[in-house]
Design a protein around this ligand. Sequence first.
Ligand SMILES: CC(C)(COP(=O)(O)OP(=O)(O)OC[C@H]1O[C@@H](n2cnc3c(N)ncnc32)[C@H](O)[C@@H]1OP(=O)(O)O)[C@@H](O)C(=O)NCCC(=O)NCCS
Length: 182
Amino acid sequence: MTAITEEIIPVTERIELRAVDERYTTELHGLVIKNKAWLQESLNWPQFVGTEDDTRQNIQSNQMLHQRGYAKMFLIFCESEMVGVLSFNAIEPLNKTGYIGYWLDESHQGKGIISQALQAFIDYYVERNEIRRFVIKCRVANLASNQVALRNGFLLEGCLKQAEFLNGHFDDQNIYARIYAS
Ligand SMILES: CC(C)(COP(=O)(O)OP(=O)(O)OC[C@H]1O[C@@H](n2cnc3c(N)ncnc32)[C@H](O)[C@@H]1OP(=O)(O)O)[C@@H](O)C(=O)NCCC(=O)NCCS
């Protein structure tokens, strides 16, 4: 029998990142539905998630992008419970640049889970020499997300005007980056 290897990034004794996989469909779907209304305040996609099949299709396409290196999607587990997602929404391999996205279960905020996961995620890709420029783009109005960037040593590079469509408006977006020169 062939052993199935799972890509895992250890974060702390309690937290780990597991590469997206179809086996997590039911748990991820449950987490999205539980947080759907709240997430819709800061992200555009939750409104399109209805059935578990929607989540399965999303996982399948992300799994393909993950394996081909055009994006990466990791599920955040805290004490073996899925509590959020940390991704490269896009990777530019030539430029060694990764565009980071994240969200947490609402009740798991305020514990440093994203910050700690982000640090391990960055270390993992720096060590592999795959990414040197890490980018966070977030709406100016998203205070919690701006704080994640600032708390983790990202520098504000500028403000992109009306760059993000959300809930009927084109909002200004801050762009932050952290660069690891080897
Ligand atoms: C953005 C989001 C992930 C931030 O979550 P978060 O829990 O605030 O982020 P962190 O992991 O950095 O945690 C920081 C908080 O934990 C506290 N904390 C506790 N232990 C900590 C530790 N070891 N390290 C860092 N912070 C710690 C900090 O004091 C801070 O608390 P505060 O907000 O009360 O000051 C979350 O609000 C979210 O999912 N929002 C909706 C989706 C979204 O907006 N995504 C981003 C789109 S651009």
